[in-house]
Unconditional design. Structure first.
Length: 412
């Protein structure tokens, strides 16, 4: 489906959808509990549905009513499945979180995926798990299978691939019979996501201690822990709010509600970045190692600063739903932007306005939303090919966009 956006400024108030990152974490923790939990204020999306289906395949019972998920935990059931078949769709979080959980449950599991997910690496697990009781039937793509039972111990992980591997182990290792430690072999990028996991697990009674091994962080995880049921409300998502914050910074007037000012979400950094730009829109240089999801909308913001802006330490963006560095540069250049790519960075040159045209979203939800916000500062309409990609994380994006005065015409 295509979306043709007629340039107009946005005005009004919007509620940020629930944090997708926290929603994954809360629903998984609830599913691992020994009772019934309630997880409120969850915005449905394809990624969240993938995680819900995965935990049901592992034995949880989950019902939903108007954004409220009632979760009967796996350990509240007398008959846990011994095998499972899980389609992670295009969700890297679902895949990398659930692999060690299924292994800790001793459940022989087939993992399937769609889009670019079969190309995304699971290298740390392939290396670490065979010595910890888990084997893979894996041929560098999906589907693949795991079998065995995950054992406690010392796990050495690279910190510069993805914090999702660390989060997956944080879910699983408390279920093992003895203590474990996760040691990093390189500096941890996206550390706020690991902090979010610790925060979420604490609410379900799980203890994880951050320590240090030399100059690098490490995580001590006591074994034989039990997840306690909880009644939780998920806070709003700064990575989605960032699109509307940026719209305001470049000429619209949008207030975003449903956000926690004390959030551990790394993407809250968008507030400070825009504040530092100030009314004069000073250019910025941002290391996005901890905030990779902000890159597409930061690129739009950079187009309207009064000098050259730079986005650095972004190599991991090349293995997202798209090669996100190339995708956002091509998208904005197609409508009159001036963005250059390198292997791990973007250089963004200032423009007065976008000039309209056609954007290929590359099946990437964040490219779609960034292009829609860019269109609010265009002199001619912008057509986005593949706009349905927003269903991955923010299905109501265009509804909210229209409520704020945006003009969108959909076509096949």
């Amino acid at each position: 489906m295509n979306a043709r956006i007629i340039p107009s400024k946005l005005h009004g108030i919007v509620n940020a959808p629930s944090s997708k990152s926290f929603s994954h974490r809360m629903l998984i923790a609830a599913a691992l509990s020994e009772g019934v939990s309630t997880v409120r204020n969850v915005t449905d999306s394809k990624d969240i549905t993938a995680t819900v289906n995965a935990m049901e395949a592992l034995g949880a019972k989950i019902t939903v009513n108007d954004g409220v998920y009632t979760v009967k935990g796996i350990f509240a059931s007398e008959n846990r499945p011994r095998t499972a078949d899980i389609d992670c769709c295009e969700s890297g979080s679902t895949l990398r979180f659930i692999i060690p959980i299924a292994a800790a449950l001793g459940c022989r599991t087939i993992f399937r995926g769609q889009g670019k997910l079969p190309e995304r690496p699971i290298t740390p697990y392939l290396r670490e798990f065979p010595s910890k009781g888990v084997d893979f039937q894996y041929n560098n793509t999906m589907p693949f299978s795991i079998f065995g039972s995950l054992q406690a111990g010392e796990y050495s992980l690279e910190g510069d691939i993805s914090s999702q591997f660390i989060t997956g182990l944080m879910f699983a290792l408390p279920l093992c019979s003895s203590n474990s430690i996760i040691k990093l072999t390189s500096p941890l990028q996206s550390k706020p996501y690991a902090d979010m996991t610790i925060d979420a697990l604490r609410k379900f009674g799980i203890e994880i201690r951050e320590i240090h091994s030399g100059d690098l962080p490490a995580y001590l995880i006591p074994g034989n822990q039990k997840y306690a049921p909880a009644d939780i409300s998920v806070e709003g998502d700064y990575s989605q709010a960032a699109f509307f914050f940026t719209a305001s910074a470049i000429g619209s007037v949008v207030t975003v509600n449903n956000l926690n000012e004390d959030s551990t979400q790394g993407d809250k950094a968008i507030v400070d970045i825009i504040r530092r730009c100030g009314a004069g829109m000073k250019p910025f240089t941002v290391d996005v190692g901890d905030i990779p999801d902000l890159v597409p909308i930061l690129t739009v913001l950079g187009c309207f600063t009064d000098g050259v802006s730079r986005i650095t330490n972004a190599a991991r963006l090349r293995i997202k739903e798209s090669d996100r560095l190339t995708a956002i540069a091509n998208a904005l250049n197609a409508i009159g932007g001036q963005v250059e790519t390198s292997s791990d960075s973007l250089t963004v040159y200032p423009i007065k306005q976008f000039t309209g045209g056609t954007v290929d979203a590359c099946n990437d939800h964040r490219i779609v939303m960034a292009a829609a916000i860019a269109a609010t500062r265009s002199t001619a309409p912008v057509t986005i090919i593949g706009c349905e990609a927003v269903n991955k994380s923010y299905p109501s994006f265009f509804d909210d966009f229209r409520k704020l005065g945006g003009e969108v015409i959909f076509s096949e």
